[in-house]
Design a protein around this ligand. Structure first.
Ligand SMILES: Cc1ncc(COP(=O)(O)O)c(C=O)c1O
Length: 338
């Protein structure tokens, strides 16, 4: 690599890697967990790793304000708001309770997304200028974010527009480094790593790092993915990462294993299987997953174990997100399932 990307300090790493004894016994596999829910900054999660490089980039570019976008329960925006607070940057974001793909339309959720508690409460606590818009599609949300950026530019401030979910090559690079962290923690390789995937840089960083090794990386999509948009993004990020590291690996589109079977009725809509997975992990290991990403990813893992597709020494990459539990109706999680 010609130049090593600049980095600021946000997270406590290495995050713990440990075995899940009860679930290993129940499922008949050797199941481990990577605790990126415990990254130790702004209530944890996978985005802290990406933000160490993205915030350094914003500072390098002389930004005064970082402008983002996402769902009102975005874990990324929560960690972004905290990171900006720490480094003296203003943060702002355009959000919707439930953004959706135009082609699919607004899915039925059965309750109104909480746009006051959970993550959005913490965003505001960290001082983020949160602009909540009525639900619409992702393209509309992007337009609102552009307008918000223009508003700050008009005030004479230098704006850094951060990619959704922190997914740029720098974001993927942080997960390439996270993979090295796991290789050091566990000299014995895993057969399979399962992670939630949504904006793609967690999956792509891990897929790049383990490509050509005995470890298979499986991403579980949290979103319906019309036209394979996410798979394309993940692929492009692996190519960009190869360029950054000056080590192209020639990873093909079809080499990437992204499963589209577990998002249920749509992004941010809790699924029955995901909610059951949350209860299973909580009640057998005392670990909290979330209804949008990690619960659905764990439901995918359980299904693939049942089908015999995933076996041996398995690592579940816990990407965090449990703050959303505080914005999820109790009836949904407990009365229906528990
Ligand atoms: C808890 C959680 N897990 C997984 C993801 C997906 O990670 P990525 O955006 O890198 O695909 C996100 C964010 O989108 C998240 O907040």
């Amino acid at each position: 690599m010609s130049t090593v990307p600049d980095k600021v300090d946000l997270i406590v790493a290495p995050t713990p890697l440990h075995r899940l004894p009860s679930l290993s016994q129940e499922l008949g596999i050797d199941l481990w967990i990577k605790r990126d829910d415990l990254t130790g900054f702004a209530l944890g999660g996978n985005k802290g790793r990406k933000l160490e490089f993205l915030i350094a980039d914003a500072i390098k570019q002389g930004a005064d304000v970082v402008v983002g976008m996402g769902a009102s329960q975005s874990n990324f925006l929560r960690q972004l708001a905290g990171a900006c607070a720490k480094y003296g940057l203003k943060s702002a974001a355009a959000v919707m309770g439930l953004p959706y793909y135009a082609a699919a339309g607004r899915p039925k959720i059965g309750y109104e997304p909480d746009s006051t508690g959970g993550n959005i409460l913490i965003d505001e606590l960290f001082g983020m200028d949160v602009r909540l818009y009525p639900d619409g599609d992702w393209d509309q949300l992007e337009e609102y974010a552009e307008a918000l950026a223009a508003e700050y530019e008009d005030k004479g401030m230098k704006v850094y527009q951060i990619p959704i979910g922190g997914s740029s090559v720098l974001g993927a690079y942080s997960f390439y480094l996270a993979a090295q962290e796991v290789m050091q923690q566990s000299p014995e390789p895993f057969d399979v790593i399962v992670t939630a995937s949504s904006s793609g840089s967690t999956h792509s960083g891990l897929a790049y790092a383990f490509h050509g090794s005995p470890t298979k990386v499986i991403g579980i999509s949290a979103d319906p993915d019309p036209d394979d948009v996410l798979q394309h993004d993940v692929h492009e990020l692996t190519v960009g990462l190869g360029e950054l590291l000056e080590n192209p690996k020639n990873i093909q589109f079809d080499d990437l294993d992204l499963r589209m079977d577990y998002f249920g009725d749509g992004y941010s809509i809790p699924s029955k299987e995901g909610d059951q997975a949350i209860l299973k992990v909580a009640r057998s290991e005392g670990i909290l997953l979330d209804p949008t990403y990690s619960g659905k990813a764990f439901a995918g893992l359980l299904d693939m174990v049942t089908k015999g597709e995933v076996k041996g020494r398995v690592l579940f990459w816990h990407t965090g997100g449990a703050v959303t539990l505080f914005a999820t109706p109790k009836e949904l999680l407990l009365q229906k399932n528990g």
